[in-house]
Design a protein around this ligand. Sequence first.
Ligand SMILES: Nc1ncnc2c1ncn2[C@@H]1O[C@H](COP(=O)(O)OP(=O)(O)OP(=O)(O)O)[C@@H](O)[C@H]1O
Length: 255
Amino acid sequence: MLAVEDVHLRFDGVTAIDGVSFEVGPAELFAVIGPNGAGKTSVFNVISGVYRPQRGRVRFLGEDIAGRRPHRIAAMGLARTFQNVELFHNLTVLDNLMLGRHCHFRYGALAALAWLGRARREELAARARAEDIVDFLELEAWRRHPVRLLPYGIQKRVELGRALAMEPRLLLLDEPVAGMNLEETEDMARFVLDVRDELGVPMVLVDHDMGLVMDLADRVLALDFGRPVACGTPERVQGDPEVIRAYLGGEEDRS
Ligand SMILES: Nc1ncnc2c1ncn2[C@@H]1O[C@H](COP(=O)(O)OP(=O)(O)OP(=O)(O)O)[C@@H](O)[C@H]1O
């Protein structure tokens, strides 16, 4: 599904990614971990087209996408969630989920205004899809509520739903449980596993919460200062001396 090959990214003087390679297979939950500033978000931004790497390739569904515009990569079926909730806060849960599908709409402005033919069919299909996601993510109680009135954990769940509404071929999750309490974290972990097991959508998850990643991921890549430190099963990466050093020993070096 995805192959990141020897990617390097620098910002004037700062090396954000320094030779990172990994592959993600169908229905795989792949995690990228590392301390603050390790380069995790930069990896996401390269995959989703926000940054063009100075070196290396990113292949998605067999095509080299490094440097392509984000909306073109999204249209190929790459969806993402963000560290901070990125939703239309005054719109309802259902409307946010329907907007997640806009990349599938094919009708023009006139058809939309007249509410005719294709526009009507696509709108109805989007509504049906949004309702499926409401069921899947157990959002029934909030479906007509404006997003701004919802608890934070539910907003993050709606954001996951918006990404799913795109019917993605690959999903990038940027710190999906950041700022959540224990109950919200457990709920989100359950839904992430359901996305993999029931929908079969492969995912790349970025987080610095080792516990969460170790419980969820099929494979893990650990970064430190932009460099790959270890890659493999959660057990292997968790026990790797370089990873332990990066997490336990690096704080003073970093400041
Ligand atoms: N737009 C940018 N301009 C300059 N430097 C940047 C930019 N984006 C990231 N960096 C630098 O690149 C390095 C990697 O940052 P990145 O945000 O990818 O790390 P991270 O692992 O996601 O960190 P965190 O866990 O804190 O989100 C850091 O040193 C950061 O300051």
